[in-house]
Design a protein around this ligand. Structure first.
Ligand SMILES: *Cc1c(COP(=O)(O)O)cnc(C)c1O
Length: 283
């Protein structure tokens, strides 16, 4: 994994820096690559399998399938259920994870944990610090030439934002995030699971409107498209619309700050998201 570059773009006449973690590697990119980097860089003698659980379209699931391929491990993934349309027409993360050899399991009982590593849902957990710290070091290096720089990114589990803030705290760099999965209390609870001291917590900026994770919203697609057209960069359709809505809603607050927006990858997931938006809104 090499240092990802930073691009300079304009969104509504404001200059914004983009940390291009989507370009880290063709197959292994975004924050899931950072979070799983620990497993790439360490040897696990005797391990033959990686086991995880989560949702059937998750970016983490796809990245773990790539990791297992790189390591020569099997990959077993536990889910509650697969929607029928997906079973009949595999697409996006699910399709490519299957191509990488992922085996689906419907219950823990089917799983033999002998010679296996369990990775928490979403690649969260303390191992994620290893790779996110490298991202933070790259950010510190970039920030040397930039006045008043702040880091902005949307959160799921909040692992990436929390570990970034934990490292960047001593450099006086603030991290701003917005919850995409639950509400503010949920995100704070996630932060606390990884770090009790709230001085290391990112600052949460809430959006005016409430959104349910994974649901489709016209304004989410609209801002995604606007960002795509004005920056020439494609972002993820699940989390990033909330990230950009945060930039938009808090534009006064960010006016005198230089934003470094972290592109967290996830573009393979867009394949199925775009199809869903097409079906719902006819885009
Ligand atoms: C997983 C993911 C997130 C959320 O990351 P957390 O560390 O769980 O907060 C955000 N954006 C993209 C594109 C992701 O794949």
């Amino acid at each position: 994994m090499i240092n990802s570059r930073v691009d300079e773009v304009y969104f509504r006449d404001k200059k914004i820096f983009i940390k291009r973690d989507d370009l880290l590697d063709i197959d292994f990119s975004g924050n899931k690559a950072r979070k799983l980097y620990y497993y790439i860089k360490h040897n696990f003698d005797g391990i033959k399998k990686i086991v995880s659980r989560g949702s059937i379209q998750s970016n983490a699931m796809y990245s773990m399938s790539v990791l297992s391929k790189i390591k020569g491990w099997e990959f077993e993934y536990i889910i509650d259920h697969i929607p029928k349309f997906l079973l009949d027409n595999p697409q996006g993360n699910y399709k490519y994870a299957l191509e990488n050899g992922m085996k689906i399991k419907y219950s823990n009982e089917d799983i033999d944990m002998n010679k296996a590593i369990f990775v928490d849902e979403g690649g969260r957990g303390k191992e994620a610090y290893f790779g996110v710290e490298i991202l933070a070091q790259e950010i510190v290096e970039f920030a040397q030439n930039i006045q008043n720089m702040v880091v902005v990114l949307p959160s799921g589990t909040g692992t990436t934002a929390l570990f970034l803030q934990k490292y960047l705290y001593s450099y006086g760099i603030k991290v701003y995030t917005t919850p995409c999965v639950g509400d503010k209390d949920y995100l704070i609870a996630q932060f606390n699971m990884l770090e009790k001291n709230s001085k290391y917590h990112p600052q949460i900026l809430l959006l005016d409107k409430k959104y349910h994770f994974g649901k489709l919203y016209k304004n989410n697609y609209d801002i995604w498209l606007e960002v795509k057209n004005s920056t020439n960069i494609e972002f993820d359709l699940l989390y990033d619309p909330k990230g950009w809505l945060m930039v938009e809603q808090y534009s006064k607050f960010f006016k005198d700050k230089n934003i470094l927006y972290i592109h967290q990858g996830g573009l393979i997931g867009n394949e199925s998201m775009i199809l869903r938006y097409k079906r719902k809104y006819g885009y």
